[in-house]
Design a protein around this ligand. Structure first.
Ligand SMILES: [Zn+2]
Length: 287
């Protein structure tokens, strides 16, 4: 303890701290490690302005770029019993949920359902939110997807799903696994009504979501370089005891192997979706 440590050092620290750039002004691209000015990056739909890397964008940031004039109606998720198993790991599940909800700008779970005009046609979009507990699918997400499918059928509208998920919500045990069948039946209703069901696979789409509604689209689009698969590469490598090929489980690899129909840049998604829905709903009749 002396005058230097007690007095000079805190003063110096305060001086240095004040000159630091605010944290939320810049961010580093995880791919090319270039610094990005936050405002430019947001205006670019969260795609790196240097290397084109597509970062994980939350639904409420994505939706305005899809609907006509950025206008849409949000459909609140149906109410479901919170924490039916009274689950607890390092933290109580209901506490985890509340924390995620506080950060989610109004959404109550890992799915956002919206409807509005897209290319002047009523369209329903259901987008999973990886930022909300890893986009995991529990009862609320399942119910939300059923509601989205029913809304599409009632309004004779196409259903577009943006997938981004780590899989089933472990904290809901068997109830989360039941959503695999429920969502499968829900999207079948859309197909039976003769309406297009299109899936846009985004980074990452894995586990129970890729094992159900995310792989059942009439057409599968994917954002560039997204991880798409069921189990992670390390699990597969350890099971089959073989080196996995380069780019395994990435959008471009899946396109080459016939699992994805096309890989689309985020900036081109709106026009591509409008074109596909038009081709499916208003086919030209050749006399
Ligand atoms: Zn980059």
């Amino acid at each position: 303890m002396n005058w230097l440590t007690n007095f000079v050092r805190p003063k110096l620290r305060a001086l240095v701290a004040r000159k630091e750039t605010p944290e939320n002004l810049w961010l580093k691209c995880p791919k090319c490690e270039q610094m990005l000015f936050m405002r430019d990056w947001e205006a670019n739909q969260e795609v790196c302005t240097h290397c084109g890397h597509h970062m994980r964008i939350r639904p409420l940031k994505r939706l305005p770029h899809l609907f006509d004039e950025g206008k849409y109606e949000l459909h609140p998720l149906p109410k479901v019993p919170a924490d039916p198993l009274k689950f607890r790991d390092t933290e109580r599940y209901d506490a985890r949920l509340k924390k995620a909800q506080a950060k989610a700008e109004g959404s109550t779970d890992a799915l956002v359902v919206a409807s509005g005009l897209m290319g002047n046609r009523m369209t329903v979009i259901a987008a999973l939110d990886f930022g909300f507990m890893g986009g995991s699918m529990g009862t609320a997400v399942g119910e939300g997807l059923v509601m989205a499918a029913e809304t599409a059928v009632a309004r004779k509208a196409p259903l577009i799903v943006f997938s981004a998920s780590g899989g089933a919500r472990m904290q809901e045990g068997i109830l989360s696994l039941m959503q695999l069948t429920r969502t499968t039946i829900a999207v079948r209703k859309v197909k039976e009504a003769g309406l297009p069901y299109i899936v846009v696979l985004t980074d990452p789409t894995t586990g129970g979501v890729s094992a159900s509604f995310a792989m059942l689209g009439d057409i599968h689009l994917a954002e560039p370089d997204a991880i798409i698969g069921f189990a992670g590469p390390r699990v597969i490598q350890d099971t089959i005891r073989q080196e996995l090929p380069e780019g395994f489980q990435r959008s471009e690899y899946l396109l080459e192997h016939g699992m994805v129909d096309t890989v689309v840049h985020r900036h081109k998604l709106r026009e591509t979706l409008i074109r596909m829905v038009t081709l499916l709903m208003d086919p030209l009749v050749v006399a």
